[in-house]
Write a protein that binds this ligand. Structure first.
Ligand code: SF4
Length: 471
């Protein structure tokens, strides 16, 4: 079943919860990735690595403008053409112009969340270009006409049988359930596209400021093909993806590979420091780098800078009990899981657009424990909730409820009296309904729609303690 990402949040969640195939596929894959991450991080001084990566990323953010200028200067010195894009429309226009000026009617792409964020495929297709995703997972969801549902594993929500159906329908493949046969077919089709493409586009896992180098990591080699085979190569990078030095790049690479897929190193790490030089056997004639802000500087200004430390490894998604149940599409944005619940509203001009996401969490803290950059995601989610209340974007009832709660909690007498009242009335109601409370009137009906409400304890802890001491 395909989830309608434009449906209201509650409907999306309902659709996801009703899809047992999706839940089984997501749960199996995320458990596997978590086991691999734990083993890979456990094989080294994982905590030390996490602390070092965080320190380096924090240092970059403190000197962000300096490193950006250094990166720009070195990219230009290497012969790259640098473009600054403030928002989605600018970035789309820049990439579209490069393609049209170079007469590229076929574009091959490597997996990139930044280009998902700016809806680049759609913009290029509207301009008459053909865009082909070349990461196997992205290729499958492009054929299925679906967005990615995981930062690292875009097709995590589909089972082998469902992927086979897509191949049969879209590629006329004879029925098979053998993954190797499907992969071989995709490989053959994509090989032709690499040869014919006039332009390649990728994201950027990190850019090295001191050398002006764009780095992309893949396991399939498609990133290298995209960045070296077509005549024109465009890298779209979020402006937070900077590391100061080559040593820092390898530090981040360790944390990224181990946390994302549990590998010591991905199969390919492709580094581009400029276009083909005289005498080079291959490489693109033009290299363009689009430095994309799209709300990132605003995030720092609004107090969400910690989320800019994210290296997009996906570890927080894999351990999140909410993501494991509903998968990625139910989040409704490009980014999903705990980090998506933070950056979708924080990147948006209006956080109210994603007002449900800061509540799509159990605040259990598993994401913080898994994060290789030690990002305090639960705190950021609480900050977003608080901002939603301050901006008047949270339901009025929630604001009144929290004010009432604060009032009760600041008066012992009121707390005890209301506690007694709640205990008597809930126990009476439970007795009348023969056990637990199965129905509460709105606005509390949301609770009893899915579970019983247990009546309050007949005695408060304080009463129980007092009686115990008197015995
Ligand atoms: S928040 Fe941390 S765990 Fe989640 S994707 Fe970013 S770096 Fe990975």
């Amino acid at each position: 079943m395909q989830i309608n990402i434009h449906a209201p949040y509650k409907d999306r969640v309902q659709q996801a919860l009703g899809d047992s195939n999706l839940r089984a596929a997501v749960s199996k894959a995320t458990d596997r990735m978590t086991d691999a991450r734990l083993a890979a991080m456990g094989a080294i001084e994982g905590q030390t690595l996490r602390a070092q990566v965080r320190q380096m990323k924090e240092h970059v953010l403190r000197q962000w403008p300096d490193y950006l200028l250094q990166l720009e200067m070195n990219l230009r010195r290497n012969g790259c053409i640098v473009h600054w894009a403030e928002g989605i429309a600018d970035a789309q226009e820049i990439v579209k112009d490069i393609a049209l000026q170079n007469g590229a009617d076929l574009v091959v792409k490597s997996k990139s969340m930044a280009t998902e964020e700016i809806h680049l495929n759609q913009a290029l297709e509207e301009a008459g270009l053909r865009v082909v995703e070349t990461d196997l997972g992205e290729y499958i969801i492009q054929l299925a006409d679906e967005p990615p549902s995981h930062i690292v594993a875009p097709v995590i929500h589909k089972r082998l049988e469902e992927i086979a159906e897509v191949f049969e329908e879209k590629l006329d493949m004879p029925p098979t359930r053998e993954a190797s046969k499907m992969t071989a077919l995709a490989r053959a089709k994509l090989r032709r596209e690499f040869f014919d493409a006039g332009m390649g586009i990728s994201g950027c896992n990190f850019a090295i400021a001191e050398t002006g180098t764009i780095c992309i990591v893949t396991n399939e080699g498609n990133g290298r093909m995209v960045s070296s085979m077509p005549r024109v190569y465009v890298a779209v990078m979020g402006i937070e993806k900077i590391v100061p030095t080559v040593e820092d790049a390898f530090l981040q690479l360790q944390a990224l590979c181990r946390s994302a897929t549990g590998q010591q190193l991905t199969v390919y790490c492709s580094m581009t420091s400029g276009p083909r030089q005289a005498g080079d056997a291959d490489g693109p004639e033009q290299v363009h780098v689009v430095l994309l802000d799209n709300g990132r500087s605003g995030m720092l200004a609004r107090g969400y800078g910690e989320a800019l430390l994210c290296i997009r490894c996906g570890a927080c998604l894999n351990v999140c009990p909410v993501y494991q149940e509903i998968g990625g599409h139910a989040y409704g944005g490009v980014y999903n899981g705990p980090i998506g619940a933070v950056i979708s509203p924080a990147l948006a001009p209006e956080i109210a657009r994603f007002k449900e996401l800061p509540h799509a969490t159990s605040l259990c803290g598993a994401c913080r424990e898994a994060c290789p950059v030690q990002i305090d995601l639960p705190r950021l989610l609480l900050d977003l909730r608080s901002d939603l209340v301050e901006q008047g974007a949270a339901p009025k009832l929630e604001g009144w409820g929290i004010k009432g709660y604060a009032r009760v909690m600041s008066s012992r007498r009121m707390y005890e009296k209301l506690g007694k009242l709640a205990s008597i009335s809930s126990n009476l109601y439970a007795n009348l309904s023969g056990g637990n409370i199965q129905f509460l009137p709105p606005p509390l009906s949301g609770w009893t729609a899915y579970r019983d409400f247990a009546p309050f304890a007949p005695k408060s802890f304080r009463e129980w303690w007092r009686e115990r001491k008197l015995q």
